[in-house]
Ligand binder design. Sequence first.
Ligand SMILES: [Zn+2]
Length: 464
Amino acid sequence: MTVRTVIEGCAIATVDAAGTECRDGHLVIEADRIVAVGEGPAPEAAGGVGGVRETEFRRIDGRGLLATPGLVNCHHHLYQWATRGLAQQATLFEWLVELYPVWALIDDETCAAAARAGLAALARSGCSASTDHHYVFPHDAGDLLEVEIGAAASIGLRFHPCRGSMDLGRSDGGLPPDEVVEDRDAILAASEAAIDRFHDPAPGAMVRIALAPCSPFSVTRGLMSDAAELARRRGVRLHTHLAETLDEEYFCQEHFGVRPVEYLDELGWLGEDVWLAHCVHLDDAEVARFGATRTGVAHCPSSNARLGAGIAPVAGLLGAGVAVGLGVDGGASNEGGALAAEMRAALQFARLVGGPQALTARQALARATIDGARCLGREDELGSLEVGKLADVALWRVNGLEGAGIEDPVAALVFGATQAAEVLLVGGRPIVEGGELRTADEAQVAAEIERESRRLAARAEARV
Ligand SMILES: [Zn+2]
């Protein structure tokens, strides 16, 4: 039976190319696609008058709500949800050195609980599609990629996990301890197996795989090249961390004799099939190079602030035509993990360096939606509310205590405190309703991550 969902009475920010908005509009969804969007009530036929018998109708009262595209999260490490609140005053390198030995002890149960908690937090904050960058694969830990894909299916989010990797251990001059790195051939075999098993190139896909060697200081030059070759041969996207801190810049100068962006450029790692996390420390020529190569950026303002890494040149990147999506980054450097909060952080940080015109509320919303979709290569299906696109929709209450009285609903969402979705639909399916997760019991998800965080901490303690 086809399900037809009719939403009426809401403000709508479609984030289409023309920036179309409605003050009192409608959305009609059939199965997993948007079939109508616009000002005023839904067309009469959409509401079921004389409707077909095999269609089930659902109505959502949109009064007091703002509809936006579901938000798209472009950078995460879900397993880190089990190691939140640690290394509180550390720089990135200090934080990594403290956490790598703990992460070496994760297993399938840790990752299942962490992924469910992290994805639940994303859903609550209006995120309908997320990537994940998983790069720690201890021996005998189970199939961690399968575990997180299962978690995403149980919460109901669209999921683009990256098969991450590290092969440059401390004994070879890298930052991570040897116990958390893998052999290059094993990584490439596991990456190809992940594509074979999980990657769905079809329209409307719920799961797509990307390949993501971790960072210049934890991956060999050889693996970077081989991963790019494999990704392009199999038609999947490439992701990694880049230019996050000055320590990384010094590392690249010392080990490769070039700056991080030059290093990636030499390796053929800039291009429209690549999106890169952070990109804080870029000079003007590098910003232009990102634009010329159509390389995407995942901006993670809360994580960058938490680690004191710096502020990415978002206004400059947008000026160069770069797709700048938003990412919450892993829970160990952003204990909140709420994507809607990153819109506000992005706006505020851009203004701290560039003044009050550096980024508007609508530009911040576009980063969290259509640019996120571009980073994941899904702009034809996600990131805006348009007829024919997938029905990934967030509805935000703007007439409650947080938003009431703010005339502009987009300002209520981005400037204001409205950061939990009232309703979240993924492919037309309700994931959040009435501000509550419908696909999992939040108290149970919280209890599971509390248990797993404690078990991991106890194992780490016992080993010291
Ligand atoms: Zn990261």
